[in-house]
Write a protein that binds this ligand. Structure first.
Ligand code: TXD
Length: 307
């Protein structure tokens, strides 16, 4: 049986286990530093399997040995944002956590593909890749599926159309400088800007950019977890089933989009070996300028890492 280990059994990690178990994709190990918590959540989820009719083994542990033989390692360990706190505030605390999680899991699963969630996302991907000495194909950050899904949800609400008909692409860094590409987004093939007024579209773009903060402000503690963890399940499925799904992810760029040496949100094809290919859109000058300024922010944050 294939196996997915999730490091950090908090809101995002545990909810990812839930979505993954529902898809019966792989056995699951949940690891966290809090004593008893990953064990308790894993047992509770395991006891739900007879009800939903899925044969999935789920183990919770405080020991990295539980991750032995994983095909995919998901890292959600870290501290979430508090209201008013930027993603970058979390930088070096979470870098240490991601570093340790990468080192420890690699000992038990030398060939695993890493899906990183911990914020600030693009920089944490860099930490995992550098710490593990991993090829870029095996380190993929989750942000773009979430940001694009938020935009899709807002468009669906605006137009009263099925979410399935709506394709949106949000690229760039996972921060307020993210770049919703309205020209490439569409509703059943109709360009997005032909489906609503420029004002409504601008409002949706703005809400998308601030989508994470909107939830943080509402929850008062913690940050979004349902949508981010659903995105993990979609990525894991494309990898394990070698579906070659193209979704926006944070990928280490080596010249694509004119950018180098940073993790950055771009459309990426995901298959059994992880990253198969970066898809490059033709961008106009404004789109390119927006991506460049988002890239400058990511570069600055990553440069502040004390590795
Ligand atoms: O789209 C995205 N990339 C994101 C990112 C969407 C949602 C959450 N995002 C980030 O993931 C968020 O900003 C945080 O940096 C992480 C985890 O968010 P979550 O909402 O799941 O936070 P929780 O509920 O606090 O869970 C974090 C868990 C918690 O149980 C801690 O005990 C555990 O991480 N933790 C650790 N586990 C293992 N090892 C170490 N060292 C460790 N430190 C903390």
């Amino acid at each position: 049986m294939t196996k997915i280990s999730i490091i950090g059994a908090g809101m995002t990690g545990a909810t990812a286990a839930h979505w993954l178990a529902e898809r019966e994709l792989a056995d699951i190990a949940l690891v966290d530093v809090v004593e008893g918590m990953p064990q308790g959540k894993a047992l509770d989820l395991l006891e739900a399997m007879p009800v939903i009719g899925k044969d999935v083994r789920i183990e919770g542990s405080n020991d990295y040995k539980a991750t032995e033989g994983s095909d995919i390692i998901v890292i959600t360990a870290g501290l979430p944002r508090k209201p008013g706190m930027s993603r970058d505030d979390l930088l070096n605390t979470n870098a240490d956590i991601v570093k340790k999680a990468t080192e420890e899991t690699l000992k038990h699963s030398p060939n695993a593909i890493y899906i990183i969630l911990t914020n600030p996302l693009d920089s944490m991907c860099y930490v995992a890749m550098k710490t593990g000495g991993l090829p870029r194909e095996r380190v993929i950050g989750q942000a773009g599926i979430l940001d694009s899904a938020r935009m899709r949800a807002f468009v669906a609400m605006e137009l009263g159309v099925s979410v399935e008909n709506i394709a949106c692409y949000v690229l760039g860094g996972h921060g307020d400088s993210m770049v919703p590409l309205t020209r490439h987004s569409n509703v059943a093939g109709v360009p997005l800007n032909e489906t609503m007024s420029a004002e409504r579209l601008a409002a949706i773009v703005d809400r998308t950019r601030k989508g994470g903060g909107e939830i943080v402000a509402l929850l008062k503690q913690g940050s979004a977890f349902y949508a981010p963890s659903a995105a993990i399940a979609q990525m894991a499925e494309s990898i394990l089933k070698d579906k070659n799904l193209i979704v926006p992810c944070s990928i280490y760029l080596q010249g694509e989009y004119g950018l180098k040496d940073i993790f950055f949100g771009v459309p990426a094809q995901l298959g059994r070996k992880g990253l198969v290919k970066v898809i490059e859109y033709k961008l106009n000058a404004e789109e390119k300028a927006n991506l460049d300024s988002s890239a400058a922010e990511v570069t600055e944050t990553t440069a502040a890492l004390k590795l």
